[in-house]
Design a protein around this ligand. Structure first.
Ligand code: SF4
Length: 413
């Protein structure tokens, strides 16, 4: 059987698809990159925003139009919360909530002889994701992911060290991902934490660069900070720390009880003072029900004060089952759009300033892709850079950054 795989959403979803891909190959099926060549399709769905779900439904309909005989299985987060609407889409043979490979394959009449086997590689270039935990014990009022993925479940340290070892044979960078990675180990009684896990990975899996995917600022404990400060070639000095709002009033309405704007600011400033280079990003929601101009001003003030190098700005999206629906109407779209634009402009000026400061500085570059006459690479502090493809290059190399016309070039050292 030839199977087309498509993933919507986050790194945890992309990891889950890779686990399904590996199980498909072990079952004798053949993953194909083109649906025109496929007998079946597996679509890994996302429920973070209504846009993500609409795109998934659009793809499923397109597949059914182009290949009426195609058997489609929809898995993942939106599938987990499906009220029957996905099951009624054309060509959908099964809706499988979550991402258990054996359940997904069974929906196509296949069995997974390698169920639970460690992931050996990622069907993508030099970077791989490692899912360290799933689920979340929090209940942010705007979030459907916690509803779709359930409670926090940490994977055993030994499995993660072994899997990272396998991935390190194929990849230069391993990104630690999940749904709420800062809660790693909290479901166990061994006193394990994200910081202790990363220490173990760096100690037992040599050479490879680890990177944290999204992590709450106040969950960056001292051991993590020390690794970023002391070993930036082993743990990338990059934080994607969801902020969502700079207003404590709004953080309360969002159910984000574990930090205040002050606590967030203190942790980031503490880290930024100790790191010569820091890639710093955040998610911010605009237009949340009840958001006032004053709340927005607090967010603008905090974003201006902190050394962000990029920002993901999301307009509030009402989600099925999420309690924010009971908090009143979202902010009028034109107002939300204007506020989003202000934040994006602010983020762009931060990015320009940071890139200008990096001009002439050293970088640890992992090559990600080749584009015509140049390679695209990623630095330790999460900057996209380019090198001429005029000769073969090692997958990871030290370089000096040169800023030319708003683009960062990497000159091999
Ligand atoms: S921390 Fe909040 S936003 Fe993140 S997964 Fe948990 S409930 Fe959702």
């Amino acid at each position: 059987m030839r199977v087309y795989l498509h993933t919507f959403g986050c790194k945890a979803n992309q990891y889950d698809t890779e686990a399904v891909r590996q199980a498909l190959e072990a079952s004798g099926a053949t993953p194909v990159g083109d649906p025109a060549l496929a007998d079946a399709a597996i679509v890994n769905s996302c429920t973070v925003t209504h846009v993500a779900e609409a795109k998934m439904r659009g793809l499923v309909r397109r597949l059914a139009r182009q290949r009426p005989a195609l058997r489609t299985v929809v898995m993942g987060c939106a599938a987990a919360l499906d009220d029957g609407a996905i099951a009624r889409l054309p060509g959908v043979e099964a809706v499988v909530g979550g991402a258990e490979p054996s359940r997904v394959l069974a929906a196509l009449g296949l069995s997974a002889p390698n169920a639970g086997e460690l992931l050996r590689s990622f069907a993508r270039g030099s970077r791989a994701w490692l899912k360290i935990q799933d689920g979340c014990d929090e209940h942010c009022t705007f979030c459907a992911t916690t509803l779709a993925r359930g409670a926090n479940r940490s994977r055993p340290v030994d499995d993660l060290v072994a899997e990272a070892g396998l991935l390190a044979e194929q990849h230069e960078e391993i990104v630690l991902t999940g749904v709420h990675i800062g809660s790693y180990g909290r479901d166990g009684d061994g006193g394990m934490t994200l910081g202790r896990l990363v220490e173990e990975l760096v100690r037992q899996v040599p050479r490879v660069r680890f990177r944290l995917s999204s992590v709450e600022a106040t969950e960056v404990d001292p051991s993590l900070a020390e690794l970023m400060i002391g070993e930036p070639l082993r743990l990338a000095p990059h934080l994607h720390a969801p902020l969502q709002s700079g207003s404590d009033r709004l953080l309360k309405r969002m159910g984000r009880h574990w930090y205040t704007a002050r606590a967030y600011r203190d942790r980031i400033e503490w880290l930024a003072e100790r790191l010569p280079r820091l890639g710093l990003g955040a998610d911010v929601i605009v237009g949340f029900p009840g958001e006032t101009a004053r709340d927005h001003a607090a967010t603008m003030e905090l974003v201006s004060a902190l050394p962000f190098t990029y920002l993901h700005v999301f307009p509030y999206s009402e989600r099925p089952g999420a309690s924010a629906r009971r908090l009143g109407r979202p902010v009028d779209p034109p107002v939300a759009a204007a506020r989003s634009a202000e934040l994006r402009d602010l983020a762009a000026s931060h990015r320009q300033r940071y890139q200008a400061n990096r001009d002439g500085g050293p970088a640890d570059v992992v090559l990600m892709a080749r584009q015509a006459a140049r390679f695209q690479g990623l630095t330790e502090d999460y900057l996209t850079v380019y090198l001429p493809a005029d000769r073969a290059r090692p997958p990871r190399l030290p370089a000096t950054l040169r800023r030319r016309g708003g683009v960062l070039l990497a000159e091999a050292a």
